[in-house]
Design a protein around this ligand. Structure first.
Ligand SMILES: C[S@@+](CC[C@H](N)C(=O)[O-])C[C@H]1O[C@@H](n2cnc3c(N)ncnc32)[C@H](O)[C@@H]1O
Length: 467
């Protein structure tokens, strides 16, 4: 047995002692590293509908209510009571949990969660950890350097998290333990932050939960909800096509959603209708099933210059017309996305994802601009039917320009994906940019064809395969 398997065994034994119930007559924690999926939970027998697969007592969760740290450092967790921290905002749920996780990690054997912490990841494939060359592969996509936010998170972690550990070594380190320097603490804080990003759950109160809500996936990372690390529930991998969910009651319960779950099936949780770019940013992986939720962004600047070309007017004229509009009403970016519907109550993807329009918001902004144009330069704007043609022509031009802004073509990406041995991060970047480009191509087909919708290519392929 290798160390990975041994750590899994220690974790499972610990989980049971901590009061967790795990149906090991039906399930096992499996090593899925050969599929690049870490650990996962797999059915070893057919599982009937609504079986409770495992339960997690609330006091086995790591958060500000169960860790001793907030009692030891009340001035950090409740800023109203200490002058030193008077200037700072209270730590939001995110920052508080990073500090708690750092504390529990640094406690080593003294932490009651040690066997659980040992099965949490030590490295990540989220773009926050990518090299400059790896990040280049994401050029042109929604996953910009700003969105990845490395500099911003470095600053936040240094000022709000690392500084607290440096000021309070007697609290964070057990007696005699060697201490980390600032850079080592920053790296550890990133590791804990990224663990929380991809593993933590928003915890509902026992009494506020509803069976029908989308439970178990994290919706709001910025807010003030109680975040917690939930052992075992976070061994579940996830997909857009899922088969289990987490109920937040007196304890947390994971149940199946399907009539039967055949032996050999992996149990999948649901992280929500995330586009590949967001799945990669938060969780460091992509799956074919998430492509239906892909999005692409069209900058207004691209539409605007396409309009200039279409009407043969200069940038100065466009600026003059735009100045007549309320600046706050002008959006800088427009999102293109399909109508993907909701997954069924069994977690299945039950309807095709359709692109019904390019962007209603873009169309509205465009029309507002044309109205302003008509007032100042009526000679340039023809009657209504022709205006619709201008809109389609401009959007087609803008989509073509946006497609050309990616450093590689669709065909080049498709060839790359067929290549054996393409490194994982490179492959994921290609999946993200190809997903965006396919959506942009669908949008182009929609405006050129004047049809009412375009079906997502993956759906067509899926349907063909089923026949
Ligand atoms: C909550 S953890 C799930 C357990 C994790 N596999 C482990 O070994 O600890 C979430 C992480 O698991 C991985 N993951 C989740 N679902 C996956 C999937 N369908 N395919 C590949 N990796 C997945 C990603 O690395 C993600 O950040």
């Amino acid at each position: 047995m290798d160390e990975f398997e041994a750590a899994t065994g220690r974790f499972l034994a610990w989980f049971k002692v901590a009061g967790g119930n795990f149906r090991d007559d039906l399930l096992e924690i499996r090593d899925l590293r050969s599929q690049d999926a870490g650990r996962g939970i797999v059915a070893i027998k057919d599982v009937p509908l609504e079986t409770t697969l495992f339960t997690i007592p609330r006091d086995a969760i790591i958060n500000v209510q169960t860790s001793e740290l907030p009692n030891k450092l009340p001035e950090v967790f409740d800023v109203s009571i200490d002058d030193d921290y008077e200037e700072s905002e209270p730590l939001e749920s995110w920052g508080s949990l990073i500090l708690v996780m750092l504390y529990e990690f640094l406690q080593g054997e003294a932490s009651r969660w040690k066997p659980y912490i040992d099965v949490l990841p030590q490295s990540f494939d989220t773009p926050l950890f990518w090299s400059v060359n790896e990040l280049k592969e994401l050029e042109g996509t929604c996953l910009t350097i700003e969105k990845i936010g490395k500099i911003e998170s470095d600053d936040m972690l240094r000022s709000r998290i690392v500084s607290v550990v440096l000021k309070n070594p007697a609290i964070f380190y057990p007696e005699g333990a060697s201490q980390l320097n600032e850079d080592e603490l920053l790296a550890l804080a990133h590791r804990m932050g990224s663990t929380i990003m991809s593993y933590a759950f928003d915890l509902e109160n026992e009494d506020e939960h509803s069976d029908e809500e989308e439970e178990g996936w994290v919706e709001d990372r910025e807010g003030k909800t109680l975040l917690g690390m939930v052992p075992m529930a976070d061994i579940l991998n996830a997909n857009a096509d899922f088969n289990a969910h987490v109920n937040h009651g007196v304890s947390l319960e994971v149940t199946t959603l399907r009539d039967t779950l055949p032996a050999g099936s992996e149990i999948f949780n649901y992280y929500g209708p995330l586009p590949s770019s967001e799945l990669l940013r938060r969780y460091g992986y992509v799956t074919p099933e998430h492509h239906r939720y892909d999005v692409a962004e069209i900058p207004w600047s691209v539409v605007r210059s396409a309009l200039g070309n279409e009407l043969c007017v200069s940038d100065d004229v466009l600026t003059e017309i735009e100045a007549q509009l309320d600046e706050d009403e002008l959006e800088d970016y427009f999102i293109i996305e399909r109508d993907s519907g909701e997954p069924s109550s069994e977690g299945r993807l039950s309807q095709p994802a359709l692109l019904r329009e390019v962007s209603a918001e873009l169309e509205e902004q465009f029309k507002t601009l044309l109205i302003a144009f008509k007032k100042s330069k009526p000679e340039l704007i023809p009657e209504k039917r022709k205006r619709d043609e201008i809109y389609s022509a401009v959007v087609a031009r803008a989509l073509t320009t946006k497609l050309a802004q990616y450093p590689s073509s669709v065909e080049e990406d498709e060839t790359l994906l067929k290549r054996d041995g393409l490194p994982k991060r490179h492959r994921m970047a290609v999946e993200v940019r190809l997903g965006e480009k396919r959506l942009l191509q669908e949008a182009l087909a929609l405006v050129r064809g004047g049809g009412d919708h375009v079906e997502h290519e993956g759906e067509r392929a899926g349907k063909k395969a089923k026949r």
